[in-house]
Design a protein around this ligand. Structure first.
Ligand code: NDP
Length: 259
């Protein structure tokens, strides 16, 4: 097995000299994105809300591989905390080239049966949608031409094949329109804005060995869950120089969940 530092050296460094800010980088897909962007050469600032140890572990892994990273406690439901975290990252690394809006919550409940309290609806919108607007606004003043804003939506924006997911699906659908509008607003600044829509990915939020997973597998062309590294690779491509003509797009990586 190769040492992490060797892996970092042998990998493509197409993000060398870039700085990435990742909302929600302590676990799951966000942690994989942090590791991957660092492997590709970027300095990484990642936020966390409830998992300081997991965030510190991601930072340690990146540093052990020869990269630079910091973790910042910031609840994505709180606009002031997001703004302060963005400022902290820009002060530390001098600029921000790549914003990844990964923080998300999945709060399920059948609306018809009144299972979802208003507080859960508000929290879903604050974390999954409003944080994207707040972070984008905050980051833009630190971002030059060639900047990248990438949100992690969901294939549930297009297909919600089970009960109880209406509010989550609504929040991820909101990102489709938001991405288009932001792409128009930021196009003149040379910044691209895109929305990555994963299907079922094996994480704490959606473990591949649950009873729920067994039901989902039957709905997929691939018949398997995706791995966090597969989403991270897609994000790394969108963050890089080859993806400069992609903007305003919602791009699905879902193993055929929506096919
Ligand atoms: P996890 O629950 O495994 O991890 C969520 C990450 O987001 C953690 O790092 C968590 O940090 C962070 N986070 C959550 N709430 C907040 C908050 N209020 N402020 C700051 N950070 C926060 O989820 P996944 O990795 O599975 O999901 C990541 C994204 O991908 C989400 O947007 C999700 O909706 C989306 N997605 C996931 C799919 C899946 O099947 N897994 C499929 C499609 C989309 P901490 O622990 O520190 O609070």
């Amino acid at each position: 097995m190769s040492h992490p530092a060797q892996t970092a050296q042998s990998a493509s460094q197409h993000l060398a000299g870039k700085v990435a800010f990742i909302q929600g980088g302590s676990r799951g897909i966000g942690a994989a994105i942090a590791r991957r962007l660092a492997r590709d050469g970027a300095d990484v600032a990642l936020t966390y809300a409830n998992s300081p140890e997991r965030a510190a572990e991601v930072v340690r892994d990146i540093e052990a591989a020869g990269g630079r990273a910091i973790s910042i406690k910031a609840d994505s439901a709180d606009a002031e905390q997001i703004k302060a975290a963005v400022q902290h990252a820009a002060d530390t690394f001098g600029k921000i080239d790549i914003l990844v809006n990964n923080a998300g919550v999945l709060l399920l409940g059948n609306v018809a049966e009144g299972e979802l309290p208003l507080a859960d609806i508000d929290r879903t919108l604050a974390v999954n949608v409003r944080s994207v607007i707040v972070a984008s606004q905050a980051v833009v003043r630190h971002m030059d031409k060639g900047g990248r804003i990438i949100s992690i939506g969901s294939t549930n924006a297009d297909r919600m094949p089970f009960q109880g997911g209406s509010i989550y699906a609504m929040s991820k659908s909101a990102l489709v329109g938001l991405t288009k509008g932001l792409a128009r607003d930021l196009g003149p600044l040379g910044i691209t804005v895109n929305n990555v829509q994963p299907g079922p990915i094996d994480t704490d939020m959606n473990p591949a060995d649950s009873a729920f997973a067994a039901d989902l597998l039957g709905l997929m062309a691939s018949g398997r869950y995706g791995q966090v590294e597969e989403v991270a690779g897609f994000v790394a491509y969108l963050a890089g120089p080859e993806a400069g003509y992609i903007t305003g797009a919602s791009l699905t990586i879902d193993g055929g969940f929506g096919a």
